[in-house]
Design a protein around this ligand. Structure first.
Ligand code: GLA
Length: 521
């Protein structure tokens, strides 16, 4: 296949997905991500609940986990969103305002967010659509939607999980859209994760509301990973493949890969299934004490490449052979196809994967790449014989060509730039952040969106696989005070031509000693 038809095929697939989702006359059917460009590939990150429950969620744990995420190579592999779950983060004061729990988070929730941003990661927070969170230890948003979403924006959250406990008399179909409106009014780009465990069938309507929605009950109680429960979530989530796509994902819950009680093969299997289902890759294990084996699994870029594919197709079971499941239907941005053979049974399985299973014509001559062994075989005509041990799987990428490009994996050295200036002189200050592409395809220059305030300008320059955002402020004419702006940039995945998730970062400017009056913007 030449490059051009691939691009056309990929773009038309994008259009099909959108049309299939019912966009058109009904403005309510528009995707939320059409407006904000967020989560066009499944969000990747870490949340503490599966391993820790409420204890000991606190600032120390989050910061240690940020360090572990960076040290282990997970950041370089694309994991980005991190923060407390139901970690007793805030209460509501007498005047109705959310106030951070400084005993657990001494830097405050904005301070913790600044720390996360400075490490080149994005900040995730948690709340509930009802009167209280599940344990009742934190207030929910009911009746306070607009002021609470303003607080999350002030704390600079980039991702918000909204739970569904204590919601008597409410329905997901009305409560979550109200929160969406409140988020839009608060004005900060935010990934909205609906957590009604499938209640209200969000896959039918929530693509215009948020970016991902839980499809199932909790995958486990805190610290109690269960292979059987995880496979139940897989079974339910698999049936919903038609509802997922760029900016709108089915979420079978945070992962349990790397928690105690699972074998290496089980860890590899669950991670591969999450990749194949285009599920959000939110790790749920203790990153500070991971084994080498877990690190290797969670950072397998070839598997992550399947998950982060820009076409955003959720794979599904196309056929069963004895106990073995053949998962396919996941065409990738370069025209190749992902195929997974899962053997949940007790005996080894031998399966013939036909070109037709993989989405090619039966006469096709194909290369197969094993994404765990990192080996390519072929080209060969006819079936590919796959042998899989019990409770294990094979994850393959099948192509007519021998090249297996990885989609872009975007990693920034920081998502926050801070300036201190004296307004008495007309200073010009510059700082840079660098943004790398750890995938294997070349990336065009990022385009900065218009609308920056007059005191701020940004230019982007390339150098190999890195691009530098030079952020310049000009203090002339500014009064004393604090200024804040969000820089947003866009890019397109070069092979498919599809938009990638928007990149944005915060700029803070403090002007002191100016002759002019105080400002606070
Ligand atoms: C619900 C969610 C979990 C977790 C807990 C916190 O059960 O589904 O993921 O956030 O609440 O109490």
């Amino acid at each position: 296949m030449t490059k051009l038809p691939r691009i056309v095929a990929a773009v038309s697939m994008g259009i099909l997905l959108l049309v299939g989702f019912g966009r058109g006359e009904d403005p309510a059917a528009k995707l939320r991500s059409d407006q904000d460009g967020l989560a066009l590939t499944p969000p990747m990150g870490w949340y503490p609940w599966n391993e820790f429950g409420q204890e000991p969620q606190n600032e120390k744990l989050i910061k240690e986990t940020v360090e572990a995420l960076v040290r282990s190579g997970m950041k370089e592999a694309g994991y980005t969103y991190i923060g407390p779950d139901e970690g007793i983060c805030f209460s509501r004061n007498a005047s109705g305002k959310l106030t951070p729990n400084l005993a657990r988070y001494p830097s405050g929730l904005r301070g913790l967010g600044d720390y996360v941003h400075q490490q080149g990661l994005k900040y995730a927070l948690y709340t509930d659509a009802g009167t209280h969170t599940c344990s009742k230890a934190m207030p929910g948003t009911k009746g306070h939607e607009f002021e609470d979403m303003k607080a999350f924006a002030e704390w600079r959250a980039d991702y918000l999980k909204v739970d569904w406990c204590n919601t008597t008399g409410q329905t997901p179909e009305t409560a979550y859209p109200k929160l969406r409106d409140a988020q839009l009014a608060a004005g900060r780009p935010i990934v909205f994760s609906l957590c009604s465990w499938g209640e209200g069938q969000p896959w039918k309507w929530a693509a215009s509301v948020g970016h991902l929605w839980r499809t199932t009950a909790d995958i486990c109680g805190p610290g109690k990973a269960s292979w059987t429960a995880a496979l139940k979530n897989v079974e339910a989530n698999e049936k919903l493949s038609a509802s997922a796509g760029p900016g709108h994902w089915n979420d079978p819950d945070m992962m349990i890969t790397g928690m105690s009680g699972l074998s290496e093969a089980q860890n590899r299997s669950l991670f591969s299934l999450w990749c194949m289902m285009a599920s959000p890759l939110m790790a749920g294990n203790d990153l500070r004490s991971m084994t080498e084996s877990t690190i290797k699994i969670l950072t397998n870029r070839e598997a992550i490449g399947i998950n982060q594919d820009p076409l955003g197709i959720q794979g599904r079971i196309v056929r069963k052979d004895g106990a073995a499941e053949i998962w396919a239907g996941k065409r990738l941005f370069d025209g190749s196809q992902a195929v997974l053979v899962f053997n949940p049974g007790e005996a080894p399985a031998q399966v013939q994967v036909t070109p037709g299973d993989a989405g090619f014509e039966e006469s096709a001559s194909l290369y197969a790449r094993d994404l765990w062994r990192h080996q390519t075989s072929g080209p060969r005509a006819g079936s590919i014989r796959v042998t899989v041990a019990p409770k294990d799987l094979a994850l393959l990428r099948i192509s007519k060509t021998s090249s297996f490009p990885l989609p872009p994996i975007i990693v920034a050295d920081s998502y926050r730039v801070v300036f201190h200036a004296s307004g008495n002189s007309a200073q010009k200050l510059t700082q840079a952040i660098t943004v790398k592409n750890n995938g294997s395809s070349e990336l065009p220059l990022w385009t900065v969106s218009p609308g920056l305030p007059a005191w701020l300008s940004v230019t982007v320059t390339p150098s190999g696989k890195t691009q530098t955002f030079s952020t310049k402020v000009s203090v002339a004419g500014l009064g004393r005070g604090h200024y804040h702006a969000v820089v947003k940039a866009d890019n397109r995945e070069p092979i498919s031509g599809l938009p990638m998730s928007a990149l944005y970062y915060d700029v803070d400017l403090e002007v002191s000693g100016a002759a002019g009056g105080p400002a606070n913007r």
